[in-house]
Design a protein around this ligand. Structure first.
Ligand code: FES
Length: 113
């Protein structure tokens, strides 16, 4: 089992409140951590359209909208829901433990269209 499969602390639970979306860096990865309807998500923090920071976008209805041209991505899967982006984004396994948000760096790939 490689070390890349381990969970790593990315933030304190208090740093990402309900409805928040915040950008973090972990081991060279740009990761948006989102808390939406009581659930925590970790997503690739780079819009495939033109490299915007997705963490600065609006969250609602289980999706995050890119702050630049409003492409939408499903929080649960990273699936692109509307253009102009046409590629999915990576998502990461995430959990909370003892007041910390922890992310597993091996990406969960989404192959949905
Ligand atoms: S940079 Fe995200 S939609 Fe254009």
């Amino acid at each position: 089992m490689s070390d890349s499969g381990d969970f790593h602390k990315i933030a304190s639970s208090t740093e990402v409140g309900e409805g928040d979306s915040r950008p973090f860096k972990l081991d060279g990865h740009r990761i948006a951590v989102v808390r939406h309807k009581g659930k925590i998500y970790a997503l690739e923090d780079r819009c495939p359209h033109a490299d915007a920071t997705l963490a600065f976008g609006m969250v609602g209805n289980g999706a995050i909208a890119c702050p630049w041209h409003f492409a939408e991505f499903r929080l649960e899967t990273g699936e692109v829901l509307s253009g102009p982006a046409c590629e999915n984004i990576q998502i990461y396994e995430v959990r909370e433990s003892d007041g910390a948000i922890e992310v597993r760096l091996s990406e969960t790939s989404t192959n949905a269209p």
